[in-house]
Design a protein around this ligand. Structure first.
Ligand SMILES: Cc1cc2nc3c(=O)[nH]c(=O)nc-3n(C[C@H](O)[C@H](O)[C@H](O)COP(=O)(O)OP(=O)(O)OC[C@H]3O[C@@H](n4cnc5c(N)ncnc54)[C@H](O)[C@@H]3O)c2cc1C
Length: 386
């Protein structure tokens, strides 16, 4: 039932999936445990992925891209999830950073940065979160002060994915400290610029191969031409693009829920206790039946929203709903399936153990579950007041 053909993706997307899967299995999966231990994926893997066409799939040929659509990007997300990889951070690079540049960048900015992002020679990160401003981004303190035709940036960010590897960091800065959300601008910092410093590669409980860093800006002088869009428009850009990020998290969560159910069916068919297989216990079948039913609902929701994103009509509130539902479900499925593995499910070499640890962040990063509820709840009351 979980294998019913999907209609949102075309035969072209499915052909692309075949080549992505081949690349993932041969070039990424064999290194997964070593990269988890190292806490980072080496640049060579990024370059190979670029060569194989896995990066920035929807960037136009004018900027070196393959000219695909969101469906191609979704295929990459799905295949990385299917292989249970905790890194590399291709999704942040392609679905977030490249999307900001493609959507809000000037012609010169697109020509300067996108070709390198497509071929993997230029790795991207996006820095919003600060030690004292996460969910409440308006409270950010990183300042960009105008000085001639440059900004001087002072401040600090934390929990930044790809922070160790990044060559460019789209950095959310206050260009007007008194204008609240209207005082935020997005400025691209090239990491070779004097005054830019990376802190530690932070040790995490999951998603270990995707490096995560503190970043420090000590009087970093950046030309004003590195600002995306007009001054003060950064917050609006973040809100627009976060919808795509949230959908991508929902897509990944759905695939991992599907995979965990498969792994659990395989395991419980073989493992025996009390003279029968674990699958022979009615509890096992009931648990898996409940989880498969909810996962089918998640698949229907995410596929619908993939279609809307391809049409350019994804609503941020719907994306928030998908993120809330699918990441909660991802955590529920992984936890309840892990239980059916018994002690084996607690061992790091078991895929379900790694997937369980990786899942936890999805209810926090990209907007906590509670923030999704706020966004959805606010819309419900706005609509009711109309
Ligand atoms: C592995 C990882 C990778 C990340 N990658 C990036 C990245 O690449 N770039 C980036 O900018 N950031 C990144 N983040 C940061 C992430 O987006 C933030 O952690 C997240 O937005 C929550 O912010 P916070 O950690 O400051 O939590 P806080 O804002 O301190 O919130 C703590 C908790 O309070 C509750 N809460 C918060 N607001 C509300 C509310 N309105 N109503 C009810 N309850 C609420 C929630 O339970 C929330 O989890 C990453 C984080 C992690 C863990």
């Amino acid at each position: 039932m979980l294998d019913r053909p999907r209609t949102v993706l075309s035969p072209d997307h499915e052909m692309f999936r075949t080549s992505v899967r081949r690349f993932v299995e041969s070039e990424l999966v064999p290194h997964a445990l070593a990269w988890d231990e190292a806490g980072i994926v080496p640049r060579e893997a990024w370059l190979k992925a670029g060569e194989a066409g896995l990066l920035c799939c929807d960037v136009a040929p004018d900027y070196g891209g393959p000219g695909g659509d969101f469906g191609h990007c979704a295929v990459v997300t799905e295949e990385l999830a299917r292989a249970n990889l905790s890194g590399p951070g291709f999704v942040v690079h392609s679905d977030m950073v490249a999307t900001y540049l493609a959507k809000f960048g000037s012609e010169a900015q697109k020509r300067r940065w996108l070709p390198g992002m497509v071929d993997g020679s230029l790795i991207g990160a996006i820095a919003m979160t600060e030690p004292d401003a996460g969910s409440d981004l308006k409270g950010m303190r990183t300042r960009a002060v105008a000085d001639g035709d440059h900004y001087v940036i002072r401040g600090q960010k934390t929990y930044i994915s790809n922070g160790q590897n990044a060559d460019i960091v789209i950095t959310a800065c206050k260009t007007d400290a008194n204008a609240g959300a209207h005082g935020v601008s997005l400025i691209v910092i090239e990491t070779k610029t004097p005054g830019f410093r990376r802190g530690r590669n932070l040790a995490k409980i999951g998603m270990k191969a995707q490096d995560t860093s503190e970043l420090f800006f000590d009087e970093v002088r950046v030309p004003m031409e590195n600002r995306l869009g007009a001054e003060g428009q950064g917050f609006g850009m973040l809100m627009t693009n976060l919808a795509r990020e949230r959908l991508v998290q929902a897509v990944r969560g759905t695939v991992l829920a599907e995979e965990a159910i498969r792994w659990t069916i395989d395991y419980t068919r073989d493992r025996k206790a009390f003279g029968r297989t674990i699958a022979d216990f009615q509890n096992t079948r009931f648990v898996l039946a409940e989880l498969a039913t909810k996962t089918a609902a998640a698949r229907a929701l995410t596929d619908r929203l993939i279609g809307l994103q391809m049409d350019g009509t994804l609503d941020p509130v719907e994306a928030g709903m998908a993120k809330l539902f699918c990441t909660d479900l991802q955590c529920e499925v992984l936890d309840r399936c892990l239980q059916l593995f018994g002690g084996a499910g607690y061992m790091v070499e078991t895929p379900i153990a790694r997937a369980w640890a990786d899942a936890r962040v999805t209810r926090i990063a990209g907007g906590a579950a509670e923030v999704m509820k706020e966004i959805i709840g606010r819309r419900l009351f706005q609509d009711a007041a109309r």
